[in-house]
Design a binder for this molecule. Structure first.
Ligand code: ATP
Ligand code: MG
Length: 870
C-alpha cells in the first residue's frame, strides 16, 4: 500500500466512525509561543481537551510534526525523523478506552491486514481497564501484552511525579515486530520492536502534590507515525525505503551526483529527512536565523549540507538542497498544498542560506587551520572544547568535521568537554520543544468565560451599539467584560484592539484594550464611575477617530503588501504586521535592503491607488472560492471554511478579518518612514498614512527648519553648508595631524631653533593654504630678527612645494653658502631653485616630499652645520 493510500484509508476509516476530518495545523503553533514546533496531532485540539470548545466531539487528522528533541535520533534509528506525519483520532468527552482500542485493532488487523502475530501491546502498569480490554475483548496473548511504567506509558511521562498539573493519563502502545525470525518471545524494548501507535487515555486531572483526580470529561488522543506504518506495510526495514522517501532519496542522489550505494545510504537518508523538515517549516513561515525556530531550521540545513559534503568526499561547492524542493512538492504537495503555494520563497530562502553556509564553512576551516598552526597559550595537540563547540555552534561545523581535520594534523579534540557543552544545549532544545505544562494552563478568566455564547461583532458597520453584559468582573478600579455583541474590534491579524467607552446605569468605563479568546471579545476597562454586573445593559462606543486611523493603516498595509509583490516579485511574503493608529509595520521576507528608487516606487504605487480612490470591497465566501479568486492568505495561518476577502480592484486581494476604509482615497497619503533588516532574510517597513503622514512631514520640516536657522541659511541651503563645513573640518584635522598652521610667529620659530655647533638651525612648515608670498614674508621677518642662524622654511599646496633657505645677516661673510644647500636639497626633493649666497628659494611638484623627508632634512642640516664648524 502506498503512503498516500494509507493516509487516506486511515482518515476515511475514522470518518466512517463519525470523526470530523480536520486538516493539519501549521508546523508553527499559532497561539503558543512556548512551543517551537507542532509535535503531535493533539496540539491543535487543546481547547477541546479542556472542554473550552464543545462544537465537536470526535476528530481525525494527519498532522505535520517536527520534533527537535529527536534530531539526534535521525539516522541512528530506522524510524525517527525530524519531520513526520502523525495520524490521529481524538475523542473529546465522547468514546473512551473500549472503542479506542477496538478501532485501532480493527484498523490494523482488518483494514490493513497486519498479521496479529507481528503486533505487541503495552499498557500502563496501573491501567487494569485497558489491560482487560486487550486481554478479554481483543484476546491478545498474555505474553504479548506488556505492563510498563510511567516513563513509556504515561502522558506526560513525568506528570504523576513532577507535573505539570492538568489533564494526563495512561497510554497503551502498539508495536510491530520487525524480525519474527528471532522467535516469539523477546522483550518489548528490544530493537526488533518498533512503536507504531500510541493511544493516550486522558482521564485524570493532575493536581498539586501529584494527586490524580478523575476527569469529568475523559478524552482519547492517539498518534501513529505515517512513515512507520508505511514501512510496516511495505515490508521495509527502514522508513527511508518507503515509496515517498525513495523518490526524495533519488532526487538527493541526483543533485549530489552520487550513487545510492549502501555506504552512501545513511547520508542520503539524513539529507532527505532534513530536506522535508526544512521545506515544510519554511513553507509554514519559518526563516533560517540565529534563534528559536529559525535556528533549528538553520541547523537542519547545515547538517544536510554537511552530509552532502561528506557523501561527495568534500566535492560540494554549490547549493543543492534547493534543487530537491520541486521533488518534495511533487511527492507531498497534493496533500499539503502550502508547500507548492510557497515553493518560490522556499527555494529562494533555502538557496540563499546554502550559499551563506558554504562561505561560513570556508571561514570556519580557516579558523580551525589557524588555531592548529598557531594555538593559544597552554594548548598542545588537543582542541579546546569551547573552541570545538564554537565551530559547531557559530560556524555550523559538524563535530565529525572538526575531529577529522584535527586528526589529519595529528590533533585530538576534548571530546568529553564538547559532549558536555552539547548536552547543555540539547537540554535547552528539549526544554523548548517539550509539550510543556503551559499547553494546559488555562487562566482563571478563560475558565470563567468558557461556555459563553460567541460575541457578535458589529464593528464592520457600527461604531456604537447597545449590548448585554454576559460576563463582568471589576477589581481595584479595573475590569473585564464580555458582551453579547460589540462594535469593539478585538486585536487580531496584526490590527490592535479598539478603545472607547462602556456606559450603563450609573456606570462608565474607559475601554483600554479589546482582545479575543476564540469567539469571545474581552473588553478591558478602567472604571470611571459606578460598577458593572452580569445582565446589565450597556452602550458600547468605540473611539471613532482612533479607529479611522487604524483603518487607514490597515488598508494601506494591504496596498503595501501588493505593491511589494508587484515590484519585488511574488516571493515576497508577509511575515507579520502591526496595524496601529499612528503607524503600520510590515515584516516581509526579502534578502536585500531596498534602494531609494525602490522605496520611491513602492510609495508611488501605493499613493497611485489612493489617488484612484478605488472602492475597497469585503465579502465572505468559501475558502475554495477565495483561493480560486487568487486571494492571498497569511501563510502558516489556518482558516475556517468561510473566509472574508478584502479587495482593491485590480491591485490587492487578501484574506482578512480587519476593519478597512470604504475606498482607498480615505487613506489620504502614504509615506515609508523606514526599511530595515530584523533578521537575515527578513525586513521591516514602517510607514504612516493620513494625518500621521502629515505629522511626519511636518516634523521633518520642523527639524530642517531648525537646522537652517542654526546654519543661518534657507532649508534648501543646508546641504551646501554642511558640505562646506565638512570640508573645512577635514582641512583643520589634516593640519592638526601635520602639526602646522597657515600663519606662524617668527619669534617662536627662532626660539625653538636647534643648536648646531656654535650656530642654530631653525625650521618651519607653513600649513595648507599658505602662499609663496607668506613664505617670503616669513623669511624676511626671520632674517631681520635672527643671529647666527640658518633657517629652512617650506610651504605646500595640492600641486607644489616651495622652500627657502636663508642665513642670518651676521653669517653673510661666513663660509656657508645657501646655494650649496639648494643643490643638495633640489636633489633630495626632486626640485630646482636658486638665489644668492645668503638666501635661496626653490620648488617642486608636490609628491609628499615634506611628509616623507622633512625630518631627515632637518637632521642632516644640523649634522652638516655641526661638522662645518662655522
Ligand atoms: P518513540 O519512543 O519511538 O520516540 P514516542 O513515544 O516519542 O515514540 P509518541 O510521542 O507517542 O512517540 O508519538 C506517537 C507516534 O508518532 C509514535 O508511536 C510514532 O509512530 C510516531 N513518532 C514519534 N516520534 C517520531 C519520529 N521522530 N519520527 C517518526 N515518527 C515518530
Ligand atoms: Mg520519542
Amino acid at each position: 500500500m502506498k503512503t498516500d493510500e494509507i493516509r487516506t484509508s486511515y482518515l476515511e476509516f475514522f470518518q466512517k466512525k463519525a470523526h470530523r476530518y480536520v486538516s493539519s495545523d501549521s508546523l508553527v503553533p499559532q497561539n503558543d509561543p512556548t512551543l517551537l514546533f507542532t509535535g503531535a496531532g493533539m496540539n491543535q485540539f487543546k481547547d477541546y481537551f479542556l472542554g473550552l470548545k464543545k462544537d465537536m466531539t470526535r476528530a481525525t487528522s494527519s498532522q505535520k510534526c517536527l520534533r527537535t528533541g529527536d534530531l539526534e535520533e535521525v539516522g541512528k534509528t530506522a524510524y525517527h525523523h525530524s519531520f513526520f506525519e502523525m495520524l490521529g483520532n481524538f475523542s473529546f468527552g465522547d468514546y473512551f478506552k473500549a472503542e479506542a482500542i477496538a478501532w485501532a485493532w480493527e484498523y490494523l488487523t482488518q483494514v490493513l491486514k497486519i498479521p496479529v502475530s507481528r503486533l505487541r501491546i503495552t499498557v500502563h502498569e496501573t491501567d487494569d481497564e485497558a489491560y482487560n480490554i486487550w486481554k478479554n475483548t481483543i484476546k491478545i496473548r498474555p505474553d504479548w501484552l506488556y505492563k510498563m511504567g510511567d516513563k513509556s506509558n504515561f502522558w506526560p511521562a513525568n506528570a504523576p511525579k513532577d507535573g505539570p498539573n492538568g489533564p494526563c493519563g495512561p497510554c497503551s502502545e502498539i508495536y510491530f515486530d520487525q524480525d519474527p525470525s528471532q522467535g516469539e518471545g523477546g522483550h518489548i524494548e528490544d530493537k526488533r520492536f518498533a512503536e507504531i501507535w500510541n493511544l493516550v487515555f486522558t482521564q485524570y486531572d493532575r493536581q498539586d502534590g501529584g494527586k490524580l483526580v478523575p476527569l469529568a470529561q475523559k478524552n482519547i488522543d492517539t498518534g501513529m507515525g505515517l512513515e512507520r506504518l508505511a514501512c510496516v506495510l511495505q515490508g521495509k526495514s527502514t522508513n527511508y525505503e518507503t515509496d515517498n522517501f525513495q523518490k526524495i532519496n533519488a532526487a538527493v542522489a541526483r543533485e549530489l551526483k552520487i550513487k545510492q550505494t549502501p555506504e552512501n545510504a545513511t547520508r542520503i537518508y539524513a539529507v532527505s529527512d532534513h530536506a522535508r523538515a526544512v521545506v515544510f517549516s519554511i513553507g509554514d513561515g519559518v526563516i533560517p536565523s540565529n534563534d528559536g525556530r529559525g535556528y533549528v531550521i538553520r541547523k537542519l540545513i547545515r547538517r544536510a549540507l554537511w552530509h552532502g559534503y561528506e557523501a561527495t568526499q568534500g566535492g560540494l561547492e554549490k547549493p543543492f538542497l534547493y534543487a530537491v524542493v520541486d521533488d518534495i512538492c511533487a511527492v507531498m504537495g497534493k496533500v499539503y498544498p502550502e508547500i507548492v503555494e510557497n515553493k518560490q520563497s522556499i527555494v529562494t530562502s533555502l538557496k540563499g542560506e546554502e550559499e551563506r553556509f558554504l562561505v561560513t564553512l570556508e571561514r570556519g576551516l580557516d579558523k580551525l587551520h589557524d588555531y592548529i598552526s598557531n594555538p593559544p597559550k597552554g594548548v598542545h595537540g588537543k582542541l579546546d572544547a569551547a573552541f570545538a563547540f564554537e565551530l559547531y555552534d557559530t560556524y555550523g561545523f559538524p563535530y565529525e568535521l572538526t575531529r577529522k581535520i584535527a586528526s589529519e594534523k595529528g590533533w585530538d579534540v576534548d571530546e568529553k568537554g564538547f559532549e558536555r557543552l552539547m548536552e547543555e544545549q540539547r537540554k535547552r532544545a528539549k526544554d523548548a520543544t517539550k509539550i510543556s505544562g503551559a499547553i494546559f494552563t488555562v487562566s482563571d478568566l478563560e475558565k470563567k468565560i468558557s461556555g459563553l455564547a460567541a460575541t457578535r461583532f458589529l464593528g464592520y458597520e457600527s461604531l456604537e451599539s447597545k449590548a448585554r453584559v454576559l460576563f463582568a468582573e471589576v477589581r481595584g478600579g479595573e475590569g473585564v467584560a464580555v458582551l453579547d455583541q460589540t462594535p469593539f474590534y478585538a486585536e487580531s491579524g496584526g490590527q490592535v484592539g479598539d478603545w472607547g467607552v462602556l456606559e450603563g446605569r450609573g456606570f462608565r468605563g474607559e475601554v483600554t484594550d479589546t482582545v479575543k479568546k476564540d469567539q469571545l471579545f474581552i473588553h478591558h476597562f478602567k472604571v470611571l464611575s459606578g460598577t458593572l454586573k452580569i445582565g446589565d445593559e450597556v452602550t458600547a462606543k468605540i473611539d471613532a477617530k482612533r479607529r479611522d486611523s487604524i483603518m487607514r493603516n490597515h488598508t494601506a498595509t494591504h496596498l503595501l503588501h501588493a505593491a511589494l509583490r508587484k515590484l519585488l516579485g511574488t516571493q515576497v511574503r508577509q511575515l507579520g504586521s502591526l496595524v496601529a493608529p499612528d503607524r503600520l509595520r510590515f515584516d516581509y521576507s526579502y534578502s536585500q535592503a531596498l534602494s531609494d528608487e525602490q522605496v520611491r516606487a513602492i510609495e508611488d504605487a501605493v499613493n497611485e491607488q489612493i489617488l484612484l480612490d478605488a472602492d475597497v470591497t469585503k465579502e465572505e465566501k468559501s475558502i475554495e472560492l477565495a483561493k480560486a479568486d487568487g486571494a492571498i492568505a497569511f501563510f502558516g495561518e489556518k482558516y475556517g471554511d468561510r473566509v472574508r476577502v478584502v479587495t482593491v480592484p485590480d491591485f490587492s486581494k487578501e484574506f482578512c478579518g480587519g476593519t478597512h476604509c470604504h475606498s482607498t482615497g480615505q487613506i489620504g497619503s502614504f509615506y515609508i518612514v523606514s526599511d530595515s533588516s530584523i533578521a537575515s532574510g527578513t525586513r521591516r517597513i514602517e510607514a504612516v498614512t493620513g494625518s500621521g503622514a502629515v505629522l511626519y512631514a511636518r516634523n521633518l520640516r520642523g527639524e530642517i527648519g531648525k537646522l537652517a536657522e542654526l546654519f543661518k541659511t534657507s532649508p534648501s541651503g543646508v546641504a551646501d553648508r554642511v558640505v562646506k563645513l565638512q570640508e573645512s573640518v577635514k582641512k583643520l584635522e589634516k593640519e592638526k595631524r601635520q602639526g602646522v598652521t597657515a600663519t606662524a610667529d617668527p619669534k617662536n620659530i627662532l626660539s625653538s631653533a636647534l643648536a648646531a655647533g656654535k650656530i642654530r638651525f631653525a625650521s618651519y612648515r607653513l600649513g595648507q593654504g599658505a602662499e609663496v608670498e607668506d613664505l617670503r614674508r616669513l623669511s624676511d621677518a626671520i632674517r631681520s630678527m635672527s643671529e647666527k642662524t640658518v633657517y629652512f622654511l617650506g610651504t605646500e599646496n595640492e600641486e607644489k612645494i616651495h622652500y627657502v633657505i636663508g642665513l642670518s645677516p651676521d653669517l653673510g661673510k661666513s663660509s656657508l653658502d645657501a646655494r650649496e644647500a639648494m643643490k643638495a636639497l633640489s636633489n633630495l626633493l626632486n626640485g630646482s631653485g636658486g638665489g644668492r649666497k645668503e638666501l635661496v628659494q626653490g620648488g617642486a611638484k608636490n609628491e609628499g616630499q615634506f611628509q616623507n623627508r622633512w625630518n631627515d632634512i632637518v637632521e642632516n642640516a644640523v649634522r652638516y652645520l655641526k661638522e662645518a664648524e662655522v
